[in-house]
Design a protein around this ligand. Structure first.
Ligand code: ZN
Ligand code: ZN
Length: 179
């Protein structure tokens, strides 16, 4: 199992607006077998978990390693993970919950183990909140030189355009004051 992929999925979980089961089913696109199992309780649990997980991304974004580690440990204590060996698809790999786990237990377990693995492998400062002025999405930075600042290419280009316009305005007012 690719735990880094689960860390990335945890960012998209935090970024997903979960109003109802349909939203959760949309979030689970690509894992169709989980969609019929989604309940209102899963939606409620995941919304609570989103609020609990966001501070981990915020602390990591300002390089507060102590808070990242303490908060993740506290969440893993609150939401115990059950590692299980699975052999579906003919390859042995780890799952984070038993077959009887609910969708929210599964997603929370994957998020926490993914983030804990990321922190141990790449360090505690690899998460962040998008630097685009109007965006509150979180992201996981797996770039080799730890250079990510935006949640998406869309936000990155939007911020570039805004910076360009700000420079233009600066140049214009300089030109005017020179007249
Ligand atoms: Zn599997
Ligand atoms: Zn963004």
């Amino acid at each position: 199992m690719d735990f880094i992929r689960y860390a990335e999925a945890s960012a998209s979980l935090v970024n997903t607006a979960l109003a109802d089961r349909d939203d959760l089913a949309t979030h689970l696109a690509g894992r169709a077998w989980l969609q019929p199992q989604c309940t209102d309780r899963d939606v409620a649990s995941l919304r609570r978990f989103q609020r609990e997980l966001r501070p981990v991304f915020e602390a990591s974004g300002v390089h507060d390693a102590g808070v990242v580690i303490t908060a993740l440990n506290a969440l893993m204590e609150k939401y115990p993970i059950t590692p299980m060996i699975s052999d579906h698809d003919d390859n042995l790999h780890m799952h984070v919950a038993t077959r009887s786990a609910s969708v929210s237990e599964l997603l929370i377990g994957e998020a926490l183990l993914g983030l804990a693995t990321l922190v141990c492998d790449l360090g505690p400062t690899r998460l962040g909140v998008c630097a685009e002025a109007k965006c509150e999405n979180v992201y996981v930075d797996t770039s080799p030189n730890q250079s990510r600042r935006y949640c998406s290419d869309r936000c990155s280009s939007r911020a570039n355009v805004a910076a360009y316009r700000a420079r233009q305005r600066g140049t214009d007012s300089q030109a005017q004051s020179a007249v």
